[in-house]
Design a protein around this ligand. Structure first.
Ligand code: MLT
Length: 268
C-alpha cells in the first residue's frame, strides 16, 4: 500500500492574529492559495495528490476558514504579508505558488516584493489586471448585500462561478456554499474591499524571474478567457492551460485535468 503523506496542521501568528495552515508531503514546497469565500479545504484533492511528490502547504487567508481577521480591509498586500510570515515560520525559502482567483491576486502581491522566493507562479483563473470601473461598483454593491444578508449573497454568487452549461454541479455548488458560509461575514467584506482596492500588476509579468502559468476556464464568467489569454502573452515564456467546458472553478469542475496541468508545469 502506498504510504500516506505526513500531514500536519496548526496556526502561525501574524500581527497577533492566528493564521491556519496545513502541510502535507515532502519535497519542493508548493503553496496553494484559495479564492474569495473559499478556504483551504477547497484544495483538498490537489493537495493530497501533489503531496505524493511535493511538500504542499495550504493556508486559510486572513478572514477565511480558521484564520482570524486583521482589520476591516484585507488588502492583497496584507494577505501576501501573512503568507510571507507563514513561509518564514515554516522555514520555506523558495516555493512554487498557485493562487486561485483572489489567491492569485495575493500571489501577485507576494511576487512583487519577493520575486526571488518564487520558483514558479500559477494564476489559476486569476489576473494581474485591476478591476474595471464597473466591477469596482459591483463590489461596493456586493459589500452592502453581504453586510445585510450573507446567505442571499452566497446563494447568488456561488452558482455563477460554475459553468452554467453543465447542470451536474449540484453537490459541488452545495459544498462551495457550505464553505463560503464557514467564513466570517467581516472577513468576506474585508476581502471584497481589498480586491476592490487592488492595483494593476501586469507590469511585473514580462520581467518575472520565475516560471509563469495561466490556467484559464473556457466559460469563466468572472474572468473571461479571451482577456486572460491576452494577458498571458505579456510574457512570451508563459505556459497556458485552457480548460474546456469549465467555468471559474477548474479545481472543482475539472479536478483531473487541472491536476495534470499543474503536475506537468511543476515538473518543468
Ligand atoms: C474569486 O473567486 O476569488 C473571486 O471571484 C475573484 C474576484 O471576485 O475577482
Amino acid at each position: 500500500m502506498k504510504k500516506l503523506p505526513r500531514s500536519r496542521s496548526g496556526f502561525a501568528s501574524f500581527r497577533k492574529t492566528p493564521i491556519f495552515y496545513r502541510e502535507r508531503g515532502k519535497g519542493e514546497a508548493v503553496v496553494l492559495l484559495h479564492g474569495f469565500m473559499e478556504h483551504s479545504e477547497m484544495w483538498d484533492f490537489h493537495a493530497k495528490e501533489l503531496s505524493h511528490t511535493y511538500r504542499v502547504i495550504t493556508i486559510d487567508l486572513p478572514g477565511h476558514g480558521k484564520s482570524g481577521n486583521l482589520g476591516y480591509v484585507h488588502s492583497m498586500e496584507l494577505m501576501a504579508d501573512a503568507v510571507k510570515a507563514m513561509l518564514k515560520a515554516l522555514d520555506i525559502r523558495r516555493c512554487h505558488m498557485i493562487g486561485h482567483s483572489m489567491g492569485g491576486y495575493v500571489a501577485l502581491a507576494f511576487a512583487e516584493t519577493e520575486p526571488d522566493m518564487l520558483k514558479s507562479l500559477t494564476l489559476f483563473h486569476s489576473t494581474a489586471s485591476e478591476d474595471t470601473p464597473e466591477k469596482k461598483k459591483n463590489r461596493l454593491k456586493a459589500i452592502k448585500i453581504i453586510k445585510k444578508d450573507l446567505v442571499r449573497y452566497v446563494n447568488e454568487a456561488i452558482p455563477a462561478l460554475f459553468y452554467r452549461g453543465i447542470k451536474l454541479y449540484t453537490q459541488q455548488i452545495k459544498k462551495a456554499k457550505r464553505m463560503a458560509l464557514e467564513n466570517s461575514n467581516r472577513g468576506i467584506v474585508a476581502a471584497q474591499q481589498g480586491m476592490h482596492d487592488r492595483i494593476d500588476r501586469t507590469i511585473i509579468l514580462p520581467f518575472a524571474p520565475y516560471r509563469l502559468h495561466y490556467i484559464i476556464g473556457e466559460f469563466d464568467e468572472i474572468l473571461p478567457a479571451e482577456k486572460l489569454k491576452e494577458e498571458a502573452s505579456y510574457n512570451k515564456k508563459t505556459t497556458v492551460t485552457f480548460l474546456e467546458d469549465c467555468g471559474h472553478m477548474g479545481h472543482v469542475e475539472c479536478p483531473l485535468e487541472s491536476l495534470k496541468a499543474i503536475r506537468m508545469f511543476l515538473k518543468g
